[in-house]
Design a protein around this ligand. Structure first.
Ligand code: PEP
Length: 249
């Protein structure tokens, strides 16, 4: 899977144009799932722009309640039927907006109750990597998700994105070895706890120049792409790298 997280970028008309550009370049892709994650206000228009294509549509976040007095929030009930999937636990939500592991778990469970696929983002900060606790942090974040789920989620229903916080939007990508080590650990950890692991993506400054070597790693099943997902030609090159890596397995 290659998923483009547009973050808080583009107006609705710009987003529709971007979705059309991605559709033109990646819409016929069958070997790799390609998803776009525009801002909430774009979802309806982008859904129409990519209708009847293989592209998946995702939301960047979701709240855990069904409805009620939660000003500004969007519930899974509102996006089920419109979106195929939703991203929870992105580091910008955890670190800029103070979202906890427990809240991320509740979001996961709520999204699953509505049949949405979920991308769960996990990853350590620079200081956590420096003090040797990267893997423990990732385990803690994943364990909170499993604890919130009523039963072990099927590997087809979710995807984990390993995104070291120090690599997001910084241009400082994890080396393939660093990314592979943690992604392999995630797979083992989830297999031990839940009986099976979902796909594991890497995210953090993935671009046209480094996608191939990252996706060639045996435990990296694709990428969650931020900045580069706003450039359709670069995004298409990243998708092509995933296709090549998949074919070589
Ligand atoms: C992200 O936002 O999930 C991300 C990986 O961003 P970037 O590719 O810009 O580092």
């Amino acid at each position: 899977m290659v998923a483009g997280n547009w973050k808080m970028n583009t107006t609705v008309p710009e987003g529709v144009a971007l979705a059309r550009a991605v559709l033109e370049r990646c819409g016929a892709e069958t070997a790799v799932e390609v998803a776009v994650l525009p801002p909430f206000v774009h979802l309806w228009a982008v859904r129409e722009a990519i209708a009847a294509s293989r592209l998946l549509l995702g939301a960047q976040d979701v709240y855990w309640e069904e409805s009620g007095a939660f000003t500004g929030e969007v519930s899974p009930r509102m996006i089920a039927g419109l979106c195929d999937l939703v991203l929870v636990g992105h580091s910008e939500r955890r670190h800029l907006l103070g979202e906890t592991d427990e809240q991320t778990g509740r979001k996961f469970a709520a999204a699953r109750r509505h049949g949405l696929g979920v991308i769960v983002a996990v990853g350590e900060t620079a200081s956590e990597r420096d003090d040797g606790s990267a893997v423990a942090i990732v385990d803690r974040q994943l364990d909170a998700v499993l604890a919130a789920a009523h039963r072990a989620p099927s590997p087809d229903d979710w995807v984990v994105a390993y995104e070291p916080v120090w690599a997001i939007g910084t241009g400082r990508t994890a080396t393939p070895e660093q990314a592979q080590d943690v992604c392999a650990h995630i797979r083992e950890h989830l297999t031990a706890l839940a009986g099976a692991s979902p796909r594991v993506l890497y995210g953090g400054s993935v671009g046209a120049d480094n996608a191939a070597e990252l996706f060639a790693c045996p435990d990296i099943d694709g990428g969650l792409i931020g900045g580069a997902s706003l450039k359709p030609d670069v995004f298409a090159t990243i998708v092509a790298a995933a296709v090549t890596a998949g074919a070589a397995r």
